[in-house]
Design a protein. Sequence first.
Length: 112
Amino acid sequence: MKLVMIYGLPSSNLFDGQKAQNLLQQLLQENVLFHSQLDFGHLLFDYLIAINKANKSNRDDQKRVESAQQKNEVLQVKLDATQQKLEAVQQKLNELKNIEKSMSERELAPRK
């Protein structure tokens, strides 16, 4: 039971919730605990299940965050490329406007 607590308490340097849950499950199934330890064992077992679910949920969330960050980076690269294309098109449009303006100025200028 002491080993279960060493592995099961989050403040422990050797914290391993899954290992603690497995050890405690073996103890509960073998009926080797005293009656006074049995209630505490069941309570600790429920706690370990909750901790392990929370840890799994945290790992899953972390994976989703990392995936979202990777997608964001890809989208950022695409956005940068699109912005460069837009700037090039805008520059060509400005050049065409300048050509059109110079052509219209030539047409309006008096001929000699």
